[in-house]
Design a protein around this ligand. Sequence first.
Ligand code: HOZ
Length: 437
Amino acid sequence: MIQPLSTTHSADLFQRALVHIPGGVNSPVRAFKGVGGGPLFFKKGQGAHITDADGNRFIDYVGAWGPMILGHSHPKVVSALHEQLNDGTAFGAPTELEVLMAEKICALMPSIQSVRLVNSGTEATMSAIRLARGFTGRDKVVKFDGCYHGHVDSLLVKAGSGALTFGAPDSAGIPADTARQTFVLPYNDAEAAALLFAAHGDEIAAVIVEPVAGNMNLVLPAPGFLDALRQLTEKHGALLIFDEVMTGFRVALGGAQSLYEVTPDLTTLGKVIGGGLPVGAFGGRCDVMAKLAPEGPVYQAGTLSGNPLAVAAGLVVLEEISRPEFFIELGGKAAQMLHGLQRAADSAGIPFTTTQAGGMFGCFFNENRQIESLAHVMNSNVPRFRTYFHLMLAQGVYLAPSAFEAGFISQAHSEEDIARTIEAAARAFGEVAQLAR
Ligand code: HOZ
């Protein structure tokens, strides 16, 4: 029997947190409501490992939800931060670092000709939607169910991530009039998109999509889906926005758009480009971006936008991942681990399916080997995931505390980490199978 860890310090901190922080957390998924029990509080991250308040050490497959592609506290990131700390942390005025970051992003993602830095992925998608509306003079936006684009009013409709975890994909507090501006379609359903455009094409400002959906676990785009969105938007004068906050510089150096060879009009970014500090960005076609203030009439601003610390860290990460072999190695690590997990699940007789895009992966307790939509995801055995999650945690493997989040692997995960993860999973699947008997 796998024994639970001692987590009394985390439990105490959670009780204190509950007094002054809503739900005890600063972002809902962290609360462990998707898996039961109380959240762990962390105090240290080094490479592929994180240590909680009780001193328990875990192999980390959350990676701060994406940014930690080099692992925690990478020495080059730490030293860039030290250097920048001595030179100042914010000026509220332009810096050379921002120019370097803009040049780097545009070079690595050629669909981006012009880019603005913001402070989070939510800010990036919110601004991209406003820009698309300002550019087209239209109000309606199309999104896909199970996709999450941050907590933007018009996009928090049938959303993924925490909204899905807690079974409330439509948030309270969003005016009905705002929600009515959003059309929601099933992910990977190009036919539904064609029908919608046939009926409302001249009202639609933009289609926003996660080109690889990472907020309903990990769902890959079906062949032709992204192409169909490209053709429809082009035909009807709407913009195509790829939300690559998660996938950008994560699934491939050029993001999902380079993997699937589809060029969006606008792209939103975050996570990796800040190296673990708060950052976001949106960019794309020059003629569209030119509508932004101070050049154009669409207003957008931010005191800490292009923050020197975040940009200094992000530049180091982008430099490191530009190494030619980087994504081959990263994808190889993920594939090796998923292969091991699949074999372990198969030998325990547990229905299990995995998905992968570069350094992101998905695991489903599901009979279906072809997970293509939110409906497929929802057929997964969530109680079984919860049991598995806690059994992995007890063996020092930290997974996302929700059946509806993607996993992340880093350059720092070693052969030994992967082998230990597979061994732990084999034991966990064994116990899950026993419980099912
Ligand atoms: N929305 C993030 C996962 N898709 C979770 C962010 C957090 O809780 O830190």
